[in-house]
Ligand binder design. Structure first.
Ligand code: AHR
Length: 504
């Protein structure tokens, strides 16, 4: 362990960028029990479903606590063999199909119109991922026409016939999902994908110039990202990247994993800059991190529905993930936790009800309070040395020569709220066994007023503590404390501190 003593310096004058509320977005894939048995269960035996829509009332009510601004749909891997036309029109006529991503069957009882209704009820914007596996450009154009067109044309009229006179105005459309992956139906080489996506983008924007397009990236730090950005920066608005972090049963590996996402965002930002330099273009392209979470596919395989049962260590990893997004507010404008219900999710349902996983609570605190302007915080902290996944998280910093480690035990992000009268500080103590007393220093033009700090803490005595049908051991504990200039964090804890401030 190396050891500067923990200390936090915040100067509200040193801002990074506005935190885009869309970083708290969600994802509902036709996978496992996310849609069927998750948000949609018309036949629920305990009357938990809305009789008109079939939506689980309890699930929607709890999801609303997370203020989800966008839902991505319908996959994920699922989309690469999905015929969207199967999921519209009278339900008894919708065909049941083999499903190739998770090797199940798709009943098509939930489709585009049900998803739009779901988004409406959630007061969220829809985001559609296009099928670039078995799907053609013609299918994609038809889907866009069905959703967005107000013309007197075939698919716009079909939407009207299906009872939806007004266009849905779907703004976000992505060009395929993980097209680089060997598991993907329609896997492609980067050059081939880039050429095809370029043509799709041109045609889609001809049909509806108001849409925003998202290119299919990989991790943000791969050659796929470089090649596809070079070709697609002129025609897209966002570049999508995906990363899942794992614990491998090791708490330090779990909580340090999101450091890889921080590097990924730095590298992808540079790759976007490089593509702009090479093309001479002056336009904004930012990152849509549309799949992220803690997921160990060995522990919770996709083919079995990927129902992770998260513990406190996972909640701290999720808090560190969210710290990354707030710190990188300049480049990441949309992020979708994968996924929203049951599948690697903060919410688990049964026909009888639901429970909130440990990871629900940091997500709720961030989505509610970490809004405004991201601040540049200086953190002194001892750092973890030892195993990380990927291993370069530790190697890069060891060889970099500076003292800005990626594996600091004290992991922090901060915002100034929009009314500029609160500084909010999200602090994860990632150390498994050490608590710390941390002096928190504010810049010269910022006074903490009121003499108190409001604290929201997520903690439990055992890192393996989790929530379940027998109760919630990990929740938010709220307290107001006198402010003395320093704050004591427990071992393996997350806390969100809210300071009333006066800026000069
Ligand atoms: O979110 C689960 C799966 O993980 C998605 O379908 C896929 O895009 C990713 O590999």
């Amino acid at each position: 362990m190396t050891s500067p003593s923990p200390i936090i310096h915040i100067d509200p004058a040193r801002s990074i960028s506005r935190v885009d509320p869309r970083i708290y977005s969600g994802f509902t894939e036709h996978m496992g029990r996310c849609i069927y048995g998750g948000i949609f269960e018309p036949e629920n035996p305990n009357s938990l479903a809305d009789p008109n829509t079939g939506f689980r009332k309890d699930v929607l009510s709890v999801l609303k606590e997370l203020n989800v601004p966008i839902f991505r749909y319908p996959g994920g891997n699922f989309v690469s063999s999905y015929r969207w036309q199967d999921g519209i029109g009278p339900k008894h006529l919708r065909p049941r199909r083999p499903e190739l991503a998770w090797l199940t069957e798709e009943s098509n009882q939930f489709g585009t119109d049900e998803f739009m209704q779901f988004c409406k009820e959630m007061n969220a914007e829809p985001y559609i991922c296009l099928n670039m596996g078995t799907g053609t450009l013609e299918d994609a154009l038809a889907w866009l026409e069905y959703c967005n067109s107000s013309a007197n044309t075939y698919y716009a009229n079909l939407r009207r016939e299906n009872g939806h006179p007004e266009p849905y105005k779907v703004k976000y459309w992505s060009l395929g999902n993980e097209v680089w992956g060997p598991w993907q139906v329609g896997q492609m080489e980067s050059q081939d994908y880039a050429k095809k996506a370029f043509q799709w983008a041109k045609a889609l924007k001809l049909l509806d110039p108001s849409i925003q397009l998202i290119s299919c990236g990989e991790t943000g730090y791969s050659d796929w990202d470089r090649v596809t950005l070079k070709k697609l920066v002129p025609v897209v608005d966002y570049h999508s990247i995906h990363i899942y972090t794992v614990s491998e049963g090791n708490h330090a590996v779990n909580v340090m994993g999101p450091a890889a996402a921080e590097k990924a965002l730095e590298i992808s930002k540079s790759l976007i800059d490089l593509a702009k330099i090479e093309s001479g273009l002056d336009k904004q392209v930012t990152i849509c991190f549309d799949e992220w979470n803690v997921w160990d596919p060995v522990r919770a395989p996709g083919e079995k529905g990927a129902e992770e049962h998260y513990d406190l260590s996972d909640a701290l990893a999720v808090a560190s993930w969210l710290n990354v997004f707030v710190r990188k507010a300049d480049i990441v404008k949309i992020a979708c936790i994968a996924q929203s219900v049951n599948v690697i999710s903060p919410i688990i349902t049964s026909p009888k009800g639901l429970f909130k996983q440990t990871t629900f609570y940091p997500l709720k605190l961030f989505a509610t309070l970490m809004q405004g302007t991201s601040l540049n915080v200086h953190v002194g902290s001892p750092s973890h040395t030892g195993k990380t996944v990927p291993d370069w998280v530790e190697k890069l910093e060891k060889n970099a020569g500076g003292d800005e480690k990626l594996t600091k035990y004290i992991d922090v992000s901060a915002v100034l709220n929009d009314s500029k009268d609160e500084v909010r500080l999200a602090i994860v103590n990632r150390h498994a066994t050490e608590g710390y007393t941390i002096p928190i220093r504010f810049g010269p033009a910022c006074d903490v007023s009121g003499g108190t700090v409001q604290v929201y803490e997520v903690w439990s005595a055992d890192l393996k503590d989790n929530n379940g049908w027998d109760g919630e051991r990990v929740q938010i504990v709220e307290k107001q404390l006198p402010w003395s200039g320093e704050y004591s964090v427990k071992q393996h804890s997350f806390q969100l501190l809210v300071f009333k401030v006066e800026l000069q």
